[in-house]
Design a protein around this ligand. Structure first.
Ligand SMILES: NC(=O)c1ccc[n+]([C@@H]2O[C@H](COP(=O)([O-])OP(=O)(O)OC[C@H]3O[C@@H](n4cnc5c(N)ncnc54)[C@H](OP(=O)(O)O)[C@@H]3O)[C@@H](O)[C@H]2O)c1
Length: 269
């Protein structure tokens, strides 16, 4: 059975948005792709577009990663199809906008599972395969929100801070191996994310400052292939992040949280 030049990349949350754009970018770079999310039709469309770019090495698997057996279902699929994974993109994630004690406990726990437990379990279970590849890559999608506290997104910002710190720590542990870990922290990206997170009251800002997913995917994949530890896609976001690093933590948190909390109050009114 023939295999793609660079082996296969498994991309979670690739039915739309940043994940779909990363899948297509990786297909352009010669990776076979396995795209995973819940929406089967959308996944199949991404896979068929990718197949045109990489000579037909594309698979789609519909799995609900909120489910406890989601990761094992992915692994069973890879085993059944005999797809050697050299690149793992932990992208599937969800936000929830609202005060911690006003959002439901269960929905916040589901989000924690998707944003943190799934990447950890999947990485743990795929690491032997990544280590067996000629070059192994892990690309984790965090957020600029990972870099500071944000009132009105307490659990989401905590989950993304976890992704960032875990990525950097794992990178240190894997330094002497063939596996490189890269963490991408996008700013605002125009995808289905804000609607799912019930952030429509921030739509005007997202449209003004947001970018399409394609340049984010290009920057993330380039950083991964160049073995970078971290990437913040977009000049505006890089400048913002630099400014934030110069500000005292409290001031930084107050500015960002001020905007989000004010808009949240207007949503309630
Ligand atoms: N958009 C932004 O402004 C932004 C900024 C910073 C970071 N991020 C991060 O970027 C990543 C991708 O977000 P996006 O903007 O592309 O959002 P999106 O358009 O909402 O896409 C999310 C993807 O995750 C999948 N997904 C969600 N829940 C799932 C579940 N239970 N099981 C399997 N797949 C699931 C969705 O597919 P199905 O619904 O088909 O399952 C979809 O493919 C997330 O980790 C997000 O936190 C986004």
């Amino acid at each position: 059975m023939s295999t793609p030049t660079n082996g296969y990349a498994l991309i979670t949350g690739a039915s739309q948005g940043i994940g779909a754009a990363i899948a297509l970018e990786l297909a352009r770079k010669g990776f076979g792709i396995v795209v995973v999310a819940r929406s089967e039709q959308a996944l199949k469309a991404v896979a068929s577009e990718a197949a045109k770019l990489n000579g037909g090495f594309a698979h789609a698997l519909a799995v609900d990663l909120f489910a406890a057996d989601g990761v094992d279902r992915m692994l069973a699929f890879l085993k059944e199809k005999q797809l050697p994974i050299s690149c793992l993109v932990n992208n599937a994630g969800q936000g929830l906008w609202g005060m911690f004690d006003e959002l439901g406990l269960e929905e916040q726990q589901r989000m924690m599972h998707l944003n943190m437990s799934v990447p950890v379990e999947l990485t743990y279970k795929l690491l032997p395969q990544l280590r067996a590849a000629r070059h192994g890559y892990i690309l984790n999608i965090a957020s600029m929100i990972a870099h500071h506290a944000l009132g009105s997104m307490a659990v989401y910002s905590g989950s993304k801070a976890f992704v960032l710190r875990w990525s950097r720590s794992l990178r240190i542990e894997l330094k002497s191996t063939n596996v490189r870990v890269t963490c991408c922290s996008p700013g605002s990206v125009i995808t289905g994310f804000t609607e799912r997170a019930r952030m429509q009251a921030l739509d005007d800002l997202a449209k003004k400052f947001g970018t399409p997913p394609e340049p984010v995917a290009q920057a993330a994949v380039a950083a991964m292939l160049n073995g970078k530890a971290e990437v913040i896609p977009g000049l505006l976001n890089v400048v913002t992040s630099k400014l934030q690093s110069w500000l005292p933590t409290g001031a930084n948190e107050a500015i960002a949280s001020g905007i989000y909390l004010k808009r949240l109050a207007s949503r309630k009114a």
